[in-house]
Ligand binder design. Structure first.
Ligand code: LIP
Length: 267
């Protein structure tokens, strides 16, 4: 079977995500425009989500004709390709709507089901995080290394909450149990950026239940390449049950605390 050039996939992801980020910030400057809702009245989608996704899918079809794509707004397209692109056109949509500068274009490339390249761009700050499997994580040209924290009580933990009120009630109970055990908690509003922040130690660790693949595919590779352990709970892979990303010094402490608090449970 032919070898796929991972560096080329990363180059395509960097170029396409950069163009997408420029469109997102340009559209935001013109005003949010039409806002619709999806799973609940707080799960929003904007004209920019749709426009950015359309642009990325078009650019990928030019650069990589025949590749499959899984995108938040249009779902899965293309079959039979070894390469699948996983896209969140605007991760942190609520922040985007409110004009909070914490949202991102997140684009990952899978080969045979394994993510091998990923890029996350904050359109407002211009910060670009990237990684290729086995080749390290970067913000721009800066090589990233995760936190070296070893005590849970000294750990700054990022997390997020779902759009469903019943899930949020359970997540609030988990948070109440965790808060006295850690340094502090941050809820920044975009999983992809939470994972990139963990990759460079702006937070020490991150966890969240109920994410979709496009929220975390690129950020998880970047976090892993910076030295974090990225898993689910109790030996499971990361997924909608839970994504937990933590440095080796506190991973087991945080994992076990999340198991005790039933962070992967509830509605
Ligand atoms: C968001 C995630 C975030 C989560 C939000 C939302 P979206 O994704 O990135 O971590 O807490 O509830 O799911 O909906 O902005 O693409």
């Amino acid at each position: 079977m032919d070898t796929i050039d991972v560096e080329n996939l990363l180059d395509v992801a960097v170029r396409v995500a950069g163009e997408a980020a420029r469109l997102a910030v340009r559209m935001r400057a013109e005003g949010v425009g039409e806002v619709d809702t999806k799973s609940t009245e707080t799960d929003v989608v904007t004209a920019a989500d749709r426009a950015v996704e359309t642009l990325v899918v078009s650019l990928l079809s030019e650069a990589r004709p025949g590749d499959a794509v899984l995108a938040e707004e249009s779902g899965a397209s293309g079959t039979g390709s070894r390469v699948r692109w996983i896209l969140d056109p605007i991760d942190g949509t609520v922040n985007y709507v409110y004009g909070l500068p914490q949202y991102a274009v997140s684009l990952a490339a899978e080969v045979d089901g394994e993510v091998v390249a990923g890029v996350v761009v904050n359109p407002v700050t211009g910060e670009q995080w990237s990684a290729a499997a086995g080749r390290g994580a970067y913000r721009g040209a800066r090589r990233l290394r995760c936190s070296r924290v070893t005590q849970l009580s000294q750990t700054l933990v990022a997390t997020g909450f779902g759009y469903d009120a019943r899930r949020r009630a359970h997540q609030a109970k988990v948070l109440a149990g965790l808060l006295p055990r850690v340094r502090d908690v941050r809820r920044l509003g975009a999983a992809s950026l939470d994972l990139c922040f963990a990759a460079e130690g702006r937070v020490d660790a991150y966890f969240e239940k109920g994410l979709s693949p496009w929220d975390w595919a690129a950020g998880a590779l970047i976090a892993r390449e910076a030295g974090l352990l990225v898993t689910g709970l109790a030996g499971r892979a990361p997924g909608d049950g839970l994504v937990v990303a933590a440095p080796p010094g506190v991973y087991q402490q945080l994992h076990d605390e999340l198991v005790d608090l039933d962070a992967g449970g509830g509605p």
